[in-house]
Design a protein. Structure first.
Length: 159
């Protein structure tokens, strides 16, 4: 909105100056003076108009240049802001990925620990069962051998 006000104000002033110069030139052309005097006044008015127009062009050029510079600055600030946002998002994503990796690693370690404990418990149970079976077999062998010996001794006595 500020830009529109500047443009409208500049247009009004430029139109006013151009109208004044044109009015002065026309007044000189139609004023009752000698030809040489009229040409001199028209030439002076044209020179003033040229100077005024040149100054207005210079002023407008400076304003446009300032606006372009402000636009560049605004673009650069916006670009820098977006770049910082992208970098921050990357950093947060990296942190989140690292945290997720840590959770997965911890879960894997916990699962591995439980699996190792279960395997150790199973090995211990298997060793206990093997020992029990071996003890039972040995006990059964001894009992069987003792029974066989008793039967053989009795058979020798009876014969």
């Amino acid at each position: 909105m500020h830009h529109e006000e500047d443009t409208e104000g500049g247009s009004f002033v430029l139109g006013f100056v151009a109208g004044a110069v044109l009015g002065a030139a026309l007044g000189l052309l139609f004023a009752p003076r000698a030809g040489r005097e009229t040409r001199r006044r028209v030439q002076e008015s044209a020179q003033k108009f040229q100077e005024t127009a040149g100054q207005r062009y210079q002023d407008a050029s400076e304003k446009v240049s300032q606006m372009v510079d402000r636009g560049r600055d605004t673009y650069q600030r916006a670009r820098d802001s977006v770049q910082r946002g992208v970098e921050e998002a990357k950093r947060y994503a990296g942190e989140a990925a690292g945290t997720a990796r840590d959770y997965v690693d911890n879960a894997a370690d916990t699962a591995r620990s439980y699996a190792n404990r279960a395997a150790e418990t199973a090995r211990s149970a298997a060793d206990t069962a093997r020992s029990y079976v071996n003890d039972t077999i040995e006990s059964t062998k001894r009992t069987t051998n003792a029974t066989i010996n008793d039967i053989e001794s009795q058979a020798k006595r009876n014969s």
